[in-house]
Design a protein around this ligand. Structure first.
Ligand SMILES: *Cc1c(COP(=O)(O)O)cnc(C)c1O
Length: 464
């Protein structure tokens, strides 16, 4: 299988190159040239499979011949054996036909583990075969950093440097990153804010000379392999509630549009999905595009659901590429314009987006209220991101006979503040993290100065 860029100019790559590449050279994002599809019979025949077996079936066509079947199978098995629930992604019923899909049983308690636990293994495998090394550099306001570090800590062929804003991430999130003492893991606490961290990563990707021959790899959701791994749980959830013979609906707490884009792909691949709901917090650019064709950057607001605090959702470009009939030149023009000013989609294109997605947004007050309401109704405790998903599901649900599944993207223990604001007791850390507050931490506080950060990285990378 070949991969092409959404801006139409970069050369086509195989899976292994896309895995290590990050952004395409023309500034676009990689997508498969052709999507694999599965028949209803084939999907139905998967109903007895374990999560790892199902993951292999879904992922295999994307990886194609880049990795031997037995190696891919082993990596997928190891990835999901590391989750703390036998079903890996269990469903909980909130009410009649209303479900949450718990995606927080991985090592860092958020759905990002599904992709990043696999990504670290895939990258390490390809690098070992090629006899190469890679430097991972990423910025985090919380979840991505810890999941990426957990995913890469055992990788022998890469070093990972994660920048977080000093004193501006929650203690649980910081400790999930800084207590990993592997010698290829570096936590940089930057004397700046999250945007400074992100800018520094962007600038470093643009000019990698400071690495003297080594290359940077990306672990954010522009990396195709992350999207790929996330397609699997849409299939597993559907199968668990009677699919593919019966359609299902999903509501997805959305930031960078990676997770819900995986749901859109599952549908294109043949899974009967009747409805996809985009749930946003007050950073609602996606809701504004879908409901009113208003694609304009708002000011970033900090909310109680920080993992969805995003001004521009980078993966939306992947959807626009399809909606514009894969016209790379048109996407290139649109994205260039959007850099400078608000844009509107052509009316017919916007209609296509509206046929594919419903949307809703919720502010902090509604988030806390939903946590309190659902707890009162069912005794179930939602994290703030998931609460926004449940709220949007209830608002947008078209047909109550179709199961509505909200993706539970994080464990409530990661975000105690809204739970306490909702008048409830904060939950306890699960067993495997119960000593998190006693563990030794390692981090380097560095000035908000790109030269200082780059010289730190250059002096720490392993070059063998
Ligand atoms: C990353 C994240 C999201 C947003 O996912 P996207 O793929 O960026 O849309 C939602 N909830 C939680 C808890 C997250 O960590």
């Amino acid at each position: 299988m070949k991969y092409i860029s959404t801006r139409g100019k970069a050369e086509k790559l195989e899976f292994a190159d896309v895995l290590l590449a990050g952004l395409a050279s023309d500034g676009g994002l990689y997508v498969p040239e052709e999507l694999p599809t599965f028949s209803q019979e084939e999907i139905a025949s998967w109903s007895g499979l374990s999560y790892a077996e199902l993951a292999f079936k879904v992922i295999k066509p994307f990886v194609d011949t880049c990795i031997k079947d037995e190696d891919l199978k082993r990596m997928v098995d190891e990835t999901y054996a590391g989750f703390n629930h036998s079903a890996v992604a269990p469903l909980k019923e909130l009410g009649t036909n209303e479900w949450v899909l718990e995606l927080f049983h991985g090592p860092t308690l958020a759905f990002k583990d599904f992709a990043l636990q696999l990504l670290g293994r895939l990258m390490d495998h390809v690098l070992a075969e090629r006899g190469e090394r890679l430097v991972i550099m990423g910025a985090t306001s919380g979840d991505t950093g810890s999941a990426a570090i957990e995913g890469c800590r055992h990788s022998e062929h890469l070093d990972i440097f994660i920048l977080h804003p000093h004193n501006r991430v929650s203690e649980v999130q910081r400790r999930q990153m800084t207590t990993i003492l592997a010698d290829n893991v570096y936590n940089i606490a930057l004397e700046g804010n999250f945007d400074d961290c992100q800018q520094m990563v962007k600038d470093s990707f643009a000019d990698q000379a400071f690495l003297k021959g080594l290359k940077l790899g990306a672990v954010n959701s522009i990396n195709w392999a992350r999207i790929m791994a996330q397609i699997v749980y849409y299939f597993s959830a559907s199968l668990a509630v009677g699919g593919p013979h019966r359609p299902v609906a999903f509501s997805v707490p959305t930031g960078n549009f990676g997770d819900i884009f995986a749901g859109y792909l599952a549908k294109q691949m043949g899974l009967p999905i009747q409805q996809l709901v985009v749930a946003t917090n007050r950073n609602d650019i996606l809701h504004r595009v879908i409901s009113g064709n208003d694609m304009s950057k708002g000011d970033l607001v900090h909310t109680l659901s920080p993992s969805m605090d995003i001004m521009v959702s980078s993966n939306f470009e992947r959807l626009l590429f399809d909606v514009y009939d894969r016209d790379g030149a048109a996407i290139s023009e649109l994205m260039d314009r959007f850099k400078k000013e608000p844009v509107k989609l052509d009316a017919a294109r916007w209609e296509k987006v509206r046929e594919l997605f419903d949307s809703a947004c919720a502010d902090d007050e509604t988030t806390c209220q939903t946590i309190a309401d659902v707890h009162a109704e069912t005794g179930y405790l939602l994290d703030p991101h998931t609460a926004i998903g449940v709220k949007a599901a209830r608002e947008c649900w078209r047909d109550k006979s179709v199961p509505m599944i909200t993706l539970a993207t994080a464990h409530p223990v990661k975000f105690p503040e809204p739970v306490i604001k909702a008048g409830l007791e904060g939950p306890e850390l699960p067993e495997h993290l119960s000593d998190l507050f006693e563990r030794e931490e390692r981090l380097d506080v560095i000035d908000n100065d790109i030269a200082a950060v780059q010289s730190f990285i250059a002096s720490r990378v392993h070059r063998d």
